[in-house]
Design a protein around this ligand. Structure first.
Ligand code: SF4
Length: 303
Protein backbone atom coordinates (compact mmCIF):
# COMPACT_ATOMS: atom_id res chain seq x y z
CA UNK A 1 0.00 0.00 0.00
CA UNK A 2 1.31 3.47 -0.83
CA UNK A 3 1.74 6.19 1.80
CA UNK A 4 -1.08 8.28 0.30
CA UNK A 5 -3.47 5.33 0.50
CA UNK A 6 -2.42 4.48 4.07
CA UNK A 7 -3.13 8.08 5.10
CA UNK A 8 -6.55 8.01 3.42
CA UNK A 9 -7.42 4.75 5.15
CA UNK A 10 -6.27 6.13 8.52
CA UNK A 11 -8.52 9.17 8.05
CA UNK A 12 -11.46 7.03 6.98
CA UNK A 13 -11.14 4.63 9.94
CA UNK A 14 -10.59 7.52 12.32
CA UNK A 15 -14.00 8.94 11.44
CA UNK A 16 -15.65 5.52 11.47
CA UNK A 17 -14.30 4.66 14.93
CA UNK A 18 -14.63 8.20 16.38
CA UNK A 19 -10.92 8.06 17.03
CA UNK A 20 -8.31 10.70 17.78
CA UNK A 21 -4.60 10.35 17.11
CA UNK A 22 -2.36 11.84 19.78
CA UNK A 23 1.38 12.03 19.21
CA UNK A 24 4.28 13.03 21.39
CA UNK A 25 6.65 15.66 20.04
CA UNK A 26 9.43 13.06 19.82
CA UNK A 27 7.56 10.97 17.24
CA UNK A 28 8.83 10.71 13.67
CA UNK A 29 7.64 13.41 11.25
CA UNK A 30 5.13 11.21 9.39
CA UNK A 31 3.32 10.51 12.67
CA UNK A 32 3.29 14.13 13.81
CA UNK A 33 1.94 15.05 10.36
CA UNK A 34 -1.14 12.82 10.65
CA UNK A 35 -1.78 13.38 14.36
CA UNK A 36 -4.83 15.36 15.47
CA UNK A 37 -2.84 16.73 18.33
CA UNK A 38 0.86 16.79 19.22
CA UNK A 39 2.31 17.88 22.51
CA UNK A 40 4.43 17.12 25.54
CA UNK A 41 3.27 14.75 28.28
CA UNK A 42 1.28 17.39 30.15
CA UNK A 43 -0.48 18.67 27.05
CA UNK A 44 -1.30 15.13 25.96
CA UNK A 45 -2.65 14.25 29.42
CA UNK A 46 -4.92 17.28 29.34
CA UNK A 47 -6.09 16.43 25.85
CA UNK A 48 -6.80 12.84 26.89
CA UNK A 49 -8.87 13.97 29.83
CA UNK A 50 -10.95 16.34 27.69
CA UNK A 51 -11.49 14.54 24.39
CA UNK A 52 -14.90 13.11 23.53
CA UNK A 53 -13.41 10.64 21.06
CA UNK A 54 -14.25 6.98 21.70
CA UNK A 55 -10.84 5.66 20.70
CA UNK A 56 -7.43 7.16 21.41
CA UNK A 57 -4.54 6.06 19.22
CA UNK A 58 -1.55 7.00 21.29
CA UNK A 59 1.66 7.47 19.33
CA UNK A 60 4.26 7.57 22.03
CA UNK A 61 5.61 5.06 24.52
CA UNK A 62 3.82 2.64 26.83
CA UNK A 63 3.59 4.79 29.97
CA UNK A 64 1.88 7.53 27.92
CA UNK A 65 -0.77 5.18 26.58
CA UNK A 66 -1.26 3.86 30.13
CA UNK A 67 -1.73 7.42 31.38
CA UNK A 68 -4.39 7.96 28.72
CA UNK A 69 -6.19 4.80 29.87
CA UNK A 70 -6.00 5.81 33.54
CA UNK A 71 -7.55 9.18 32.69
CA UNK A 72 -10.14 7.78 30.27
CA UNK A 73 -11.04 4.21 31.31
CA UNK A 74 -14.22 4.23 29.21
CA UNK A 75 -12.27 4.84 26.01
CA UNK A 76 -10.39 2.33 23.92
CA UNK A 77 -6.69 3.27 24.05
CA UNK A 78 -4.45 1.82 21.37
CA UNK A 79 -0.64 1.73 21.39
CA UNK A 80 0.36 1.13 17.75
CA UNK A 81 3.90 -0.09 18.54
CA UNK A 82 3.60 -2.64 21.32
CA UNK A 83 7.32 -2.69 22.11
CA UNK A 84 7.65 1.10 22.48
CA UNK A 85 8.71 1.27 26.12
CA UNK A 86 10.67 3.77 28.16
CA UNK A 87 13.93 2.61 29.75
CA UNK A 88 13.61 5.27 32.44
CA UNK A 89 10.14 4.06 33.44
CA UNK A 90 11.55 0.54 33.73
CA UNK A 91 14.23 1.67 36.20
CA UNK A 92 11.86 1.62 39.16
CA UNK A 93 9.23 -0.89 40.30
CA UNK A 94 6.34 -0.70 42.74
CA UNK A 95 8.29 -2.52 45.49
CA UNK A 96 11.15 -0.02 45.24
CA UNK A 97 8.68 2.79 45.94
CA UNK A 98 7.15 0.93 48.89
CA UNK A 99 10.63 0.47 50.38
CA UNK A 100 11.42 4.17 49.92
CA UNK A 101 8.15 5.08 51.66
CA UNK A 102 8.86 2.72 54.54
CA UNK A 103 12.34 4.18 55.02
CA UNK A 104 11.11 7.78 54.79
CA UNK A 105 7.78 8.04 56.62
CA UNK A 106 6.06 11.38 56.16
CA UNK A 107 7.77 12.11 52.84
CA UNK A 108 5.60 12.64 49.76
CA UNK A 109 6.31 10.49 46.72
CA UNK A 110 6.34 12.68 43.62
CA UNK A 111 6.43 10.51 40.59
CA UNK A 112 7.47 11.69 37.14
CA UNK A 113 4.79 10.71 34.63
CA UNK A 114 7.49 8.60 32.91
CA UNK A 115 6.64 5.61 35.12
CA UNK A 116 4.42 2.54 35.05
CA UNK A 117 0.80 2.53 36.23
CA UNK A 118 1.86 0.31 39.19
CA UNK A 119 4.42 2.90 40.31
CA UNK A 120 1.92 5.74 39.94
CA UNK A 121 -0.56 3.75 42.03
CA UNK A 122 1.77 3.86 45.07
CA UNK A 123 2.79 7.50 44.58
CA UNK A 124 1.20 10.58 46.13
CA UNK A 125 1.53 12.97 43.20
CA UNK A 126 2.41 12.75 39.54
CA UNK A 127 4.20 15.46 37.63
CA UNK A 128 5.52 16.16 34.16
CA UNK A 129 8.65 18.11 33.31
CA UNK A 130 6.37 21.07 32.52
CA UNK A 131 4.78 21.33 35.98
CA UNK A 132 7.24 19.54 38.30
CA UNK A 133 8.75 22.67 39.87
CA UNK A 134 5.37 24.32 40.56
CA UNK A 135 3.86 21.09 41.83
CA UNK A 136 6.68 20.38 44.31
CA UNK A 137 6.61 24.00 45.47
CA UNK A 138 2.87 23.94 46.07
CA UNK A 139 2.44 20.69 48.00
CA UNK A 140 2.49 20.84 51.80
CA UNK A 141 5.08 18.12 52.46
CA UNK A 142 8.63 19.20 53.25
CA UNK A 143 10.33 15.89 52.42
CA UNK A 144 10.06 14.77 48.78
CA UNK A 145 10.89 11.34 47.41
CA UNK A 146 11.36 12.12 43.74
CA UNK A 147 11.21 9.17 41.32
CA UNK A 148 12.50 7.91 38.94
CA UNK A 149 14.54 10.65 37.17
CA UNK A 150 17.42 11.89 39.30
CA UNK A 151 18.38 14.59 36.78
CA UNK A 152 14.89 16.11 36.78
CA UNK A 153 14.81 15.72 40.58
CA UNK A 154 18.08 17.62 40.96
CA UNK A 155 16.82 20.35 38.66
CA UNK A 156 13.67 20.75 40.78
CA UNK A 157 15.73 20.74 43.99
CA UNK A 158 17.74 23.71 42.68
CA UNK A 159 14.50 25.59 41.98
CA UNK A 160 12.85 24.64 45.28
CA UNK A 161 15.76 24.84 47.77
CA UNK A 162 13.44 25.08 50.76
CA UNK A 163 12.47 21.38 50.47
CA UNK A 164 14.47 18.20 51.18
CA UNK A 165 14.80 15.57 48.47
CA UNK A 166 15.45 11.85 48.28
CA UNK A 167 16.31 10.76 44.75
CA UNK A 168 16.15 7.52 42.81
CA UNK A 169 19.00 6.68 40.42
CA UNK A 170 16.86 6.69 37.27
CA UNK A 171 17.62 8.61 34.10
CA UNK A 172 16.60 9.03 30.48
CA UNK A 173 19.12 7.16 28.36
CA UNK A 174 18.75 9.74 25.58
CA UNK A 175 19.12 13.00 27.53
CA UNK A 176 21.65 11.61 30.03
CA UNK A 177 24.00 11.03 27.10
CA UNK A 178 24.70 14.76 26.61
CA UNK A 179 28.02 15.69 28.18
CA UNK A 180 29.62 18.97 29.21
CA UNK A 181 32.02 18.67 26.30
CA UNK A 182 29.05 18.69 23.89
CA UNK A 183 27.91 21.97 25.40
CA UNK A 184 31.41 23.46 25.21
CA UNK A 185 31.81 22.37 21.58
CA UNK A 186 28.37 23.72 20.58
CA UNK A 187 29.04 27.08 22.23
CA UNK A 188 32.40 27.31 20.43
CA UNK A 189 30.88 26.41 17.06
CA UNK A 190 27.86 28.71 17.46
CA UNK A 191 28.97 31.66 19.63
CA UNK A 192 26.15 33.69 21.12
CA UNK A 193 23.43 31.20 20.10
CA UNK A 194 21.08 30.36 22.99
CA UNK A 195 21.11 26.77 24.29
CA UNK A 196 17.71 25.32 25.23
CA UNK A 197 17.64 21.98 27.05
CA UNK A 198 15.28 19.52 28.69
CA UNK A 199 15.47 18.99 32.48
CA UNK A 200 16.15 15.27 31.93
CA UNK A 201 19.71 16.37 31.02
CA UNK A 202 22.46 16.09 33.61
CA UNK A 203 22.99 19.03 36.04
CA UNK A 204 26.15 20.24 34.26
CA UNK A 205 23.98 20.72 31.16
CA UNK A 206 20.94 22.33 32.77
CA UNK A 207 23.21 24.62 34.79
CA UNK A 208 25.14 25.67 31.69
CA UNK A 209 22.15 26.15 29.37
CA UNK A 210 20.34 29.43 28.72
CA UNK A 211 16.89 27.89 29.14
CA UNK A 212 15.62 24.63 30.63
CA UNK A 213 12.10 23.40 30.02
CA UNK A 214 9.77 20.68 28.79
CA UNK A 215 9.36 20.23 25.05
CA UNK A 216 6.21 22.37 25.16
CA UNK A 217 8.06 25.09 27.08
CA UNK A 218 10.97 24.97 24.61
CA UNK A 219 8.50 25.49 21.74
CA UNK A 220 6.96 28.46 23.54
CA UNK A 221 10.37 29.93 24.34
CA UNK A 222 11.42 29.75 20.67
CA UNK A 223 8.12 31.31 19.52
CA UNK A 224 8.59 34.25 21.88
CA UNK A 225 12.34 34.73 21.46
CA UNK A 226 13.95 37.44 19.29
CA UNK A 227 16.81 35.11 18.46
CA UNK A 228 16.77 33.46 15.03
CA UNK A 229 19.12 30.56 15.86
CA UNK A 230 18.98 27.98 18.64
CA UNK A 231 20.95 25.01 19.98
CA UNK A 232 18.46 22.34 21.08
CA UNK A 233 19.18 19.85 23.84
CA UNK A 234 16.28 17.45 23.65
CA UNK A 235 15.14 14.55 21.48
CA UNK A 236 15.43 15.35 17.77
CA UNK A 237 11.69 14.76 17.07
CA UNK A 238 11.02 18.25 18.40
CA UNK A 239 12.68 19.67 15.27
CA UNK A 240 9.55 18.85 13.26
CA UNK A 241 7.38 21.30 15.24
CA UNK A 242 10.19 23.81 15.70
CA UNK A 243 10.88 24.08 11.98
CA UNK A 244 7.18 23.95 10.99
CA UNK A 245 6.23 26.70 13.42
CA UNK A 246 9.33 28.82 12.88
CA UNK A 247 10.41 28.48 9.25
CA UNK A 248 12.49 31.66 9.49
CA UNK A 249 14.56 30.36 12.43
CA UNK A 250 17.30 27.74 12.42
CA UNK A 251 18.12 24.94 14.85
CA UNK A 252 21.06 22.66 15.60
CA UNK A 253 21.09 19.75 18.02
CA UNK A 254 23.35 19.92 21.05
CA UNK A 255 24.45 16.32 20.51
CA UNK A 256 24.21 13.86 17.64
CA UNK A 257 22.95 11.16 20.02
CA UNK A 258 19.59 12.81 20.76
CA UNK A 259 17.44 10.01 19.40
CA UNK A 260 15.10 7.92 21.53
CA UNK A 261 14.80 4.56 19.70
CA UNK A 262 11.50 3.80 21.44
CA UNK A 263 9.90 7.02 20.28
CA UNK A 264 10.88 6.14 16.73
CA UNK A 265 9.19 2.74 16.69
CA UNK A 266 5.74 3.96 15.64
CA UNK A 267 5.27 4.27 11.87
CA UNK A 268 2.33 5.16 9.66
CA UNK A 269 1.62 1.51 8.94
CA UNK A 270 1.43 0.73 12.68
CA UNK A 271 -1.22 3.43 13.10
CA UNK A 272 -3.14 1.99 10.16
CA UNK A 273 -2.96 -1.53 11.66
CA UNK A 274 -3.90 -0.22 15.11
CA UNK A 275 -7.11 1.27 13.73
CA UNK A 276 -7.85 -1.65 11.45
CA UNK A 277 -7.44 -4.40 14.06
CA UNK A 278 -8.03 -2.33 17.23
CA UNK A 279 -4.59 -3.15 18.52
CA UNK A 280 -2.78 -2.99 20.84
CA UNK A 281 -5.41 -2.24 23.45
CA UNK A 282 -4.17 -0.96 26.79
CA UNK A 283 -5.69 -2.66 29.85
CA UNK A 284 -5.02 -1.72 33.47
CA UNK A 285 -6.40 -3.54 36.50
CA UNK A 286 -9.12 -1.44 38.07
CA UNK A 287 -7.58 -1.17 41.56
CA UNK A 288 -4.26 0.02 40.10
CA UNK A 289 -6.02 2.42 37.76
CA UNK A 290 -8.07 4.01 40.52
CA UNK A 291 -5.04 4.53 42.78
CA UNK A 292 -2.90 5.90 39.93
CA UNK A 293 -5.73 8.26 38.99
CA UNK A 294 -5.51 9.95 42.41
CA UNK A 295 -1.86 10.92 41.79
CA UNK A 296 -2.59 12.02 38.23
CA UNK A 297 -5.66 14.07 39.19
CA UNK A 298 -3.68 15.88 41.86
CA UNK A 299 -1.24 16.87 39.15
CA UNK A 300 -3.96 18.06 36.77
CA UNK A 301 -5.69 20.02 39.53
CA UNK A 302 -2.46 21.75 40.55
CA UNK A 303 -1.22 22.55 37.04
S1 SF4 B 1 13.17 10.17 25.56
FE1 SF4 B 1 13.91 9.26 27.47
S2 SF4 B 1 12.25 9.45 28.93
FE2 SF4 B 1 11.39 9.79 26.87
S3 SF4 B 1 10.66 7.76 26.24
FE3 SF4 B 1 12.75 7.97 25.46
S4 SF4 B 1 14.01 7.05 27.10
FE4 SF4 B 1 12.01 7.44 28.00
Amino acid sequence: METKQIKEEINRMKKERKAIILAHLYQVDEIQEIADFTGDSLELSRKTALTDAETIVFCGVKFMAETAKILSPEKMVLLPALDAGCPMADMIARDDVLKLKKNNPGAAVVCYVNSSAEVKAVSDYCCTSANAVNLVRSIPEQEIIFIPDKNLGQYIARKVPEKNFIFWEGFCVTHHRIRGKDLTAARKLHPGVPVLVHPECQPEITKGADFTGSTGQILKHVRESDSDEFIIGTEMGILYRLTTENPEKSFVLLSTGLICPNMKKTRLYDVYMALLEKKHQVHIADDIRRKALVALNRMLELS
